[in-house]
Write a protein that binds this ligand. Structure first.
Ligand SMILES: Cc1cc2nc3c(=O)[nH]c(=O)nc-3n(C[C@H](O)[C@H](O)[C@H](O)COP(=O)(O)O)c2cc1C
Length: 227
């Protein structure tokens, strides 16, 4: 697969094929490839937790129960802006409404929205869940490194015919997740991820997000005379 095809063809998958497992050997391959990601001074600050079967089920159930009980949880770090503003709030809305729209969930149907959001905690039926953590005393630069590592995992997964969905949703219940992972206190949860083969013929997986044009976020200097 050409690298551009791996990047452009990647999309967040929210329905996985329940009949197909992913072996630990394949996961080790993916993580080995992703481990070649760059990091400042090659310090490789990422840590990875792979869960399946009863380990995955325990996290699923505990988080799903909290979610469905109306417990919003709390986050250990702010993934999103504290004060939403344009242009980000509009992009966020477009993504949210686009996803719910394709599923036929109406804006006023809060119960259906809660159920759909709850699918996060079932790892969208993926056979494998992955959690990424970082030592809590690391600085922002190491978070950048982890972001690159996580993207590499998603792309290496595509090389194996696998798909993913990164999930900050698990950060709402980071305390539950970290406890069930038996992760030491010095670790902070960055995000979770579902990994598996995409379910064919799933409506939710037909959702494709938009991107801004290069010109909207790029400045070339010196500026061309016709710009
Ligand atoms: C770190 C991170 C966390 C995310 N968390 C969630 C999540 O909790 N649930 C979800 O359904 N999608 C989640 N997403 C997926 C984004 O919504 C998605 O990447 C974005 O809308 C662009 O769509 P695409 O991945 O299909 O290109 C997350 C993505 C990233 C990078």
């Amino acid at each position: 697969m050409h690298v551009n095809e791996a990047i452009v063809g990647r999309q967040s998958i929210r329905a996985f094929d329940t009949s197909r497992d992913v072996s630990n050997d394949i996961i080790k391959n993916i993580l080995g490839v992703a481990g070649r990601s760059p990091s400042g001074s090659n310090i490789q600050p990422w840590k990875v937790w792979v869960v399946r079967d009863e380990a995955k089920e325990a996290i699923s159930k505990a988080c799903y129960d909290r979610h469905m009980s109306g417990d919003l949880g709390e986050r250990e770090y702010n993934y999103y802006p504290v004060n939403w503003r344009e242009p980000y709030i509009n992009r966020r809305r477009a993504t949210g409404w686009g996803l719910y729209g394709i599923l036929g969930i109406k804006r006023e149907d809060k119960a259906e929205m809660q159920l759909q959001h709850g699918r996060n905690y079932a790892f969208f039926d993926a056979p494998v869940g992955i959690f990424f953590t970082i030592d809590r005393d690391m600085e922002l630069g190491s978070w950048i490194d982890c972001g690159m590592f996580i993207q590499s995992v998603m792309l290496a997964a595509r090389g194996e015919g696998l798909e993913t969905c990164s999930q900050a949703a698990f950060c709402n219940y980071y305390d539950t997740v970290m406890q069930l992972l038996e992760a030491p206190e010095d670790q902070m949860l960055i995000c979770g991820m579902s990994l598996g083969y995409a379910a064919s013929e799933s409506v939710v997986n037909t959702f494709r997000t938009e991107r801004e044009p290069v010109s909207s976020y790029t400045t070339f200097l010196p500026k061309a005379s016709d710009e």
